[in-house]
Write a protein that binds this ligand. Structure first.
Ligand code: GDG
Length: 464
């Protein structure tokens, strides 16, 4: 029988609480993110989304959003600290990103992680109609698939990992790593961003759990769990439309004017996260200025650094380091009224972001490791003019698809500098060909294609 009810389980609900001028509070759909990804295929009725609403304390009652029923899972201050900031973001996040920062382990974090995963599994078990498909998202909830299967063997369960999945040598450092693998194996389909992530998972199942694996199939408890790569994407059509709009084009021109109409604008847009390679980028730019290969005011760098996980120690340290470096570069190379780096530690809405992408000559995406990196894809989608050039780290999942980008190893400072110059001085015809090829690829590999591929693999009926 086809399954027609969908339950999404993610750490975060796709809403934010906004305080209106009147002082009243209102829930609004969060911009971007998974909810936009799923919107084209969510059919409203019959879809439920389970997740945390953002505050601590009792779970709020929530309105439906775009026809999707929302169910909040409560977290206390303590649980937020141990489950979210602790195990999820100070153990799993750094370790799955090649340990570019030292992962930290605490037994109390692991206990909280188990407890909260159990809470999400219980909420999913309660909210799912018989035979529904439950799609669990990301590294915060790796134990949920097995916990949910134990409660509700009638459900079809999917899991998608948004971040990289590390090789055995790294993964095995996590105390209780076998429990994480067993948790994920509770799913009928475990999806990763890249084939490499999927391969690492299968190797680990073989080595740590000693289960029989055949390519992408694993025999577990008398059933078969499948593993696959499903590279996530963006709503290409929507961004193309936005970038082509008169309002965004005018805004982009205004931004260039506000920056003093430089010949070349370099742009970085990232969450302020140590995986994103912001420091490496700043260092390369500073050396280019020192070498005289780029000059202010002809060239400027705009760095948007969206605040993130601000209470976690590594993030506070990163912010200090980045701000010190920006201050250093500006002190040395800025001119009166013309800083070398325009550093913006705030968040932008979709149309402002589109204008920034359109204004930038070179988009610099240099993560040390990244599951996919949607910013790279968004930049390409926002260039229907075929202008601009994308510098992209080979360690972002997106590099496996955006082959015509100027790819770079961000750890190699000289290579990074040379690649930035190459992109800054690119022949417009060549740069245009690259952009066109990448846009053509994205048009057929957009977010709807991603969700459709995943759900079809789980035999969920998706309208064409
Ligand atoms: C994780 C994985 C994977 C940026 N600035 C603002 C803003 N953004 C939006 C971007 C983009 C998103 O945030 C960032 O997505 P990324 O993919 O670049 O990075 P992560 O946040 O680390 O996401 C990543 C992703 O999950 C999806 O699977 O690609 O590898 O790490 O869409 O446009 N959004 C708003 N204001 C901003 O100032 N509203």
């Amino acid at each position: 029988m086809p399954h027609s009810e969908l339950v999404v389980v993610a750490n975060r609900l796709p809403i934010d609480e906004t305080v209106l001028d009147s002082g009243a509070r209102e829930w609004r759909r969060s911009p971007g993110g998974l909810v936009s990804a799923l919107r084209p295929i969510l059919r409203g009725e019959g879809t439920t989304w389970i997740g945390w609403a953002g505050g601590t304390g009792p779970a709020p009652d929530l309105p439906d959003i775009d026809g999707v029923a929302l169910r909040a899972v409560p977290l206390s201050d303590d649980e937020f600290e141990n489950y979210y900031e602790g195990f999820a973001n100070s153990t799993v996040w750094p370790l799955y990103h090649d340990a570019v920062e030292q992962p930290v382990f605490h037994r109390r974090w692991w206990e909280a992680y188990q407890r909260i995963n159990r809470r999400f599994a219980a909420a999913a078990a309660e909210s799912s109609p018989p035979g529904a498909l439950v799609w669990v998202q990301d590294y915060h909830l790796q134990l949920v698939p097995a916990m949910l299967r134990a409660l509700r063997p009638d459900l079809r369960i999917g899991f998608f990992m948004h971040i990289p999945f590390p090789p055995p040598e790294l993964f095995k450092q996590i105390p209780r790593c076998a429990d994480l693998l067993r948790g994920l194996l509770g799913a009928d389909l475990v999806g990763f961003q890249t084939p490499g992530g999927a391969r690492n998972f299968v190797r680990l199942i073989d080595r740590v759990l000693g289960l029989r694996t055949r390519h992408s199939e694993i025999e577990v408890d008398g059933r078969v769990a499948r593993v696959g790569a499903f590279p996530i994407s963006i709503d290409v059509e929507d961004l193309e439309r936005l970038a082509a709009s008169e309002q965004v084009r005018a805004h982009a021109a205004q931004m260039r004017a506000d920056l003093g109409n430089p010949d070349r604008i370099l742009l970085g847009v990232d969450r302020l996260d140590y995986t994103k390679g912001i420091e490496h980028r700043l260092k390369a730019y500073r050396e280019l200025l020192a070498d005289g290969r780029v000059k202010v005011p002809n060239t400027v760098l705009v760095q948007v650094a969206v605040p993130s996980r601000e209470r976690v120690e590594h993030y506070r340290m990163l912010r200090d380091k980045v701000e010190r470096e920006v201050g250093g570069v500006n002190g040395e190379y800025g001119r009166l009224g013309v800083p070398a780096v325009h550093y913006l530690n705030c968040s932008y809405n979709r149309s402002e972001l589109a204008a920034l992408y359109l204004a930038a000559d070179v988009m610099v995406v240099t993560p040390l490791r990244d599951g996919m990196n949607l910013v790279a894809k968004e930049y390409v989608a926002c260039r229907p003019d075929n202008g601009g050039a994308l510098v992209l780290s080979e360690f972002a999942g997106a590099a496996q698809e955006l082959k015509q980008a100027y790819q770079v190893n961000p750890h190699d400072l000289d290579e990074l500098k040379d690649t930035l110059v190459l992109a800054l001085e690119a022949d417009p015809a060549d740069a245009g060909r690259r952009m066109r090829a990448m846009r053509r690829y994205l048009r057929t590999h957009d977010v709807t294609a991603w969700a459709r591929a995943y759900l079809t693999a789980l035999e969920f009926p998706v309208e064409s």
